[in-house]
Unconditional design. Structure first.
Length: 152
């Protein structure tokens, strides 16, 4: 189970994997479940870039700006189909996060995250999250680069 892999990933840190009794699979549900503002939910979107999976982590209320995405990556945004996300990333939709992912998946952090001191990315299941500072997000995500591919 993905959440168990994420718990194992964080086992030697002070990061706690929080699990809610209800679903946190959407920004709104996650904000309610973890008692925070929707924009502090760090949503992780899965894309294919030249046939390779990438993750872009962004603030909860941000949306992908197709023009900025194409400027940044040189290609039109192409999301991984819902039923193929786990195969490519290692987590099911609703629990996708940049931790305990399949080898070779590149992670990009969007500038929209920097609006917050702490963010809440999922932790491998549709009812889990971790609370991280931006520095911790950088540390634990193994990110490739900061990007600016969103709009509000």
């Amino acid at each position: 189970m993905s959440v168990e892999r994420v718990k194992d990933f964080f086992k030697d840190t002070d990061v706690e994997v929080m699990e809610a009794p209800e679903s946190s699979a959407t920004v709104e549900l996650a904000a309610e479940a973890f008692h925070t503002e929707p924009d502090q939910i760090a949503k992780t979107l899965s894309f294919l870039l030249d046939g390779q999976p990438i993750l872009v982590v962004m603030a909860g209320m941000a949306r992908v700006d197709n023009h900025k995405y194409k400027e940044c990556f040189g290609k039109k945004a192409s999301m991984i189909p819902h039923d193929a996300v786990e195969q490519y990333i290692g987590h099911q939709p609703g629990g996708v996060c940049p931790f305990a992912i399949k080898e070779g998946v590149r992670v990009y952090l969007d500038e929209s995250l920097k609006r917050h001191e702490y963010v809440y990315p999922a932790a491998g299941s549709s009812n889990s999250a971790v609370k991280l500072s931006i520095a911790q997000m950088e540390q634990y995500s193994g990110y490739t680069a900061w990007v600016d591919v969103t709009k509000y």
